[in-house]
Design a protein around this ligand. Structure first.
Ligand code: ZN
Length: 340
């Protein structure tokens, strides 16, 4: 049987935040907002359980954005000093805060939401944090000077946070590193090293998610420039395969990444993306099963964890539910085919 999971994020209900939008502003405030985040995470835990998802998340209902959600509680960052910066190698502009001094983490960031989520599901629980390289590509720097130095500083505080979350019962901590696909030389030079710092002394499972981004127009335009075969993964897989990270989450569904590349990750468990987050049509279970079977040509069935390509935050809520169901049903179908 394949164990299914999702990359991490799910849409916010429209009563909580503006739907179908990244960085969507909250529609509630104060205590109502805190209650709303809890209620929304309960909805998504239930939807994942009903769809037969084995390793669940809280759908990232507590954060406005996957990077800045963590940064909001970090000292040394000036949120009044916003800079418009071309991120992911100038793929798109984002308004980002500025690092103005040594960073530190004076308060817990995600403990309350993890404790709440843990108390409300018996499924295995995954929690996502932004990876050090992706953080450094989503923030302006007026203090460290070198990206690798700033990334190592973030890795240290991510590790403090991760160790607390593990103690609260998280089974798997995943670092999101979409920037790994963009700065492939940096991955080998210092990216893996900072991930190793971030997972130091963790005993739960660890993962890294590397994708081609949400299904937003800027990413679709970028993908159009990448040619008929996307081989970015090929440059970083040898370093990843020899790393101490246990799982790698990849974009595979409807992707121009040659599936054969996953054969380079022999020593890893692979979250194979079988749900396309850029398509506004839910996959059929047969399509999901076909992607799983294609992956099975290159790695063993035990290595495969069917997953979404990326987060589903910007999708319509009902579509995300349909895609969850297709993921669960497709994985069961593929398992049935395997043992038939
Ligand atoms: Zn992603």
């Amino acid at each position: 049987m394949y164990k299914t999971t999702i990359a991490g994020s799910l849409p916010k209900p429209s009563w909580l935040a503006e739907p179908e939008k990244l960085w969507a502003p909250w529609r509630l405030e104060g205590e109502d907002l805190e209650n709303g985040k809890r209620d929304a995470s309960l909805v998504w835990i239930k939807e994942q359980e009903c769809a037969g998802i084995d390793i669940v998340t809280n759908g990232e209902q507590y954060r406005e954005h996957f990077v800045h959600g963590f940064l909001k509680s970090v000292d040394g960052i000036d949120w009044d000093k916003m800079t418009t910066m071309g991120i992911r190698d100038n793929r798109y502009d984002a308004d980002v805060p500025t690092v103005v001094g040594p960073i530190s983490r004076s308060t817990k960031v995600h403990s309350d939401e993890v404790a709440f989520t843990r108390a409300h599901t018996d499924q295995e629980l995954k929690f996502t944090l932004p990876g050090p390289m992706t953080i450094c590509d989503t923030i302006a720097d007026e203090h460290y000077g070198r990206r690798s130095d700033m990334a190592m500083a973030f890795a240290e505080i991510l590790n403090e946070e991760a160790r607390e979350l593990e103690a609260l019962g998280v089974d798997l901590i995943q670092f999101d590193e979409p920037a790994f696909n963009v700065f492939t030389d940096d991955v080998k030079d210092w990216g893996i090293e900072t991930l190793h710092r971030a997972i130091e002394n963790l005993h739960c499972k660890t993962a890294v998610h590397i994708c081609y981004g949400y299904g937003i127009q800027e990413n679709l335009d970028w993908k159009d420039t990448l040619g008929n075969e996307w081989r970015q993964y090929e440059e970083i897989f040898p370093a990843l395969n020899s790393s101490r990270i246990q799982q790698v989450s990849l974009e595979c569904a409807n992707s121009k990444v040659p599936m054969s590349l996953i054969g380079m990750l022999n020593d890893k468990q692979i979250m194979v993306g079988v749900i396309d987050v850029a398509s506004f049509k839910a996959e059929t279970p047969e399509q999901v099963a076909a992607t799983i079977q294609e992956a099975g040509k290159y790695v063993s069935a035990e290595q495969i964890f069917p997953c979404t390509n990326c987060g589903m935050a910007p999708l319509p809520r009902s579509l995300a539910v349909e895609k969850l169901k297709a993921l669960g049903a497709g994985a069961r179908l593929a398992a049935g085919n395997l043992f038939a």
